[in-house]
Design a protein. Structure first.
Length: 180
């Protein structure tokens, strides 16, 4: 091989590794707003990442008894995602909305080192430190103040990016019904 061929191969490899590194986790400091996959947001993590999309129930949970909320009460919401044992970064974005995209209730940060709010509190996502997985798993918790009486069902729409050798994107939902 000529010196020019070796240089060309080297440059190609450097760009390929750089591109893959960016693609594997383009937003370690938090997802851009409106990527939850809700009917109003439409877009998911796939808007920025090449990945396989799957739906997985149970990634978003709450401490609301029987998945029913009392208007004005505060609940703990937990988001959990996992990959293979070697997964080092996992990201998420969640928003409690109605089907037309209106924010329902109020998101409240409980760990600003690992989570942050976007779009005037409509979305919650990971921070750079909050995207670091341990043993291929990651959980985030935050508070949610339920909306006023008469609001009806609240759906927490979420999208999760599990960054492995091949990326996985999961959408998940949690529906809380108003306690009558």
């Amino acid at each position: 091989m000529t010196k020019k061929s070796l240089i060309a191969i080297f440059i190609t490899l450097v760009f390929a590794v750089g591109f893959l590194s960016i693609q594997l986790f383009s937003y370690p400091g938090g997802a851009p707003a409106a990527k939850t996959g809700s009917p109003a947001d439409v877009k998911t993590c796939l808007a920025c990442h090449s990945a396989t999309l799957k739906t997985k129930e149970g990634m978003i949970t709450s401490n609301a008894t029987d998945n029913k909320y009392v208007p004005g009460e505060v609940y703990t919401i937990t988001a959990t995602a996992s990959g293979s044992a070697g997964t080092s970064r996992i990201g998420f974005e969640i928003s409690p909305q109605n089907p037309s995209g209106k924010l329902l209730g109020e998101l409240i940060l409980t760990n600003s080192n690992e989570t942050k709010l976007l779009s005037k509190g409509k979305y919650i996502t990971h921070t750079n430190q909050g995207s670091l997985a341990s043993g291929g798993k990651k959980s985030w918790s935050f508070k949610w103040k339920a909306p006023t009486a008469g609001t009806g069902d609240v759906t927490f729409y979420g999208c999760f990016l599990v960054s492995e050798s091949s990326q996985l994107v999961f959408t998940s939902q949690l529906v809380l019904k108003e306690k009558k």
